[in-house]
Design a protein around this ligand. Structure first.
Ligand code: FAD
Length: 281
């Protein structure tokens, strides 16, 4: 953890772009509430093949117009170099200086990968096309990416993104602090010293979380799975227990020197604000 302790702490909150006018209104109330916590930035996800580009940009623009820092994500899967260049030009023209660069996942039935196979190629292209204009965040995986050939390979692939020009990283969520500590030490051993900010997923709904975790390779430890499953439909108990577990996790991470936290808010202010208050941030 030594290299991570040298970085200042950065807190950030992630949203997905809403699909309906009601969703837009709800998110507006959510980010305004979370803005009171003074995060370093907000980030807004991006659908495969640019499917949400306009909505991602609209959300980022609304937040930026109110004077806050917001970073759009950009994912390259299913896009051509020309598509990505157009998105980057659009972001730059709007005065955006920070992006989260991802490969994304191929939607089932999609015809072509597009011009990019992996996120390191996207980062390389962003640097080629826009030089040092953007601060680039990338993703990494303490529990390892489900498609990685091996943990060592995943780590080397993470390093490719940094060698291509990424400035900082946000992890996939995890519930075992030791997997983050071990991951960060392994990164340090191969010369990675950019900030690696833990991604934090508050627990609101066990069935959804289990389904999503299976798909993205985030591990829910057995004790946590069994305990959450034992509450069945008792949402209040799931949330209350989830808040205890996630607050403890954040506390351990920050006490050990993690350079901030990135909350996957799922467009809700409540769980993130409660964890924040309990941590005394
Ligand atoms: P990569 O870094 O390309 O890695 C993908 C896999 O390929 C890994 O198994 C890796 O080991 C392997 N690999 C990487 N490079 C190489 C190489 N050169 N040669 C061989 N193998 C390689 N998805 C979205 O669609 N939109 C979003 O907005 C979004 N936001 C996210 C934000 C965060 C913080 C995180 C953690 C994930 C997000 N995702 C998003 C999900 C992400 O797109 C998926 O996890 C995706 O499967 C991998 O993306 P990546 O950028 O990590 O890919």
């Amino acid at each position: 953890m030594e290299s991570q302790k040298r970085h200042p702490r950065n807190f950030s909150f992630e949203f997905f772009p809403p699909k309906t006018p009601e969703g837009v209104q709800r998110l507006s109330a959510t980010w305004r509430q979370l803005a009171q916590l003074q995060p370093r930035f907000f980030s807004v996800t991006y659908g495969a093949g640019g499917s949400t580009r306009d909505r991602t940009l609209a959300t980022v623009t609304e937040i930026r117009q109110a004077g806050f820092h917001a970073a759009p994500h950009v994912s390259c899967v299913g896009s051509s170099r020309a598509d990505i260049a157009e998105t980057l030009d659009l972001y730059r023209a709007q005065g955006i200086g920070h992006i989260v660069a991802l490969r994304g996942d191929m939607p089932s039935g999609a015809a072509s990968m597009g011009s990019f196979h992996y996120a390191n190629e996207l980062v390389e292209f962003i640097r080629e096309h826009t030089g040092d204009h953007f601060h680039i965040d990338v993703a990494c995986y303490p529990d390892f990416h489900p498609q990685a050939k091996s943990p060592q390979d995943d780590l080397r692939n993470f390093k490719r993104k940094i060698d291509a020009g990424a400035n900082s990283a946000i992890t996939q969520y995890f519930y075992n602090a030791d997997s983050y500590f071990r991951f960060v030490d392994d990164c340090e051993a191969i010369g990675i010293d950019i900030p690696i900010v833990p991604g934090v997923m508050p627990i609101n709904n066990y069935t959804q979380l289990a389904r999503f975790s299976d798909a993205c390779g985030a591990d829910i430890p057995r004790w946590l799975r069994l305990k959450l499953a034992s509450y069945h439909d008792d949402i209040a108990s799931i949330r209350s227990f989830g808040l205890d577990v996630v607050t403890d996790l954040c506390d351990r991470l920050l006490s050990a020197g993690a350079p901030g936290l990135h909350f996957y808010t799922m467009n809700m202010a409540g769980p993130t604000s409660t964890i924040w208050q309990r941590l005394g941030l």
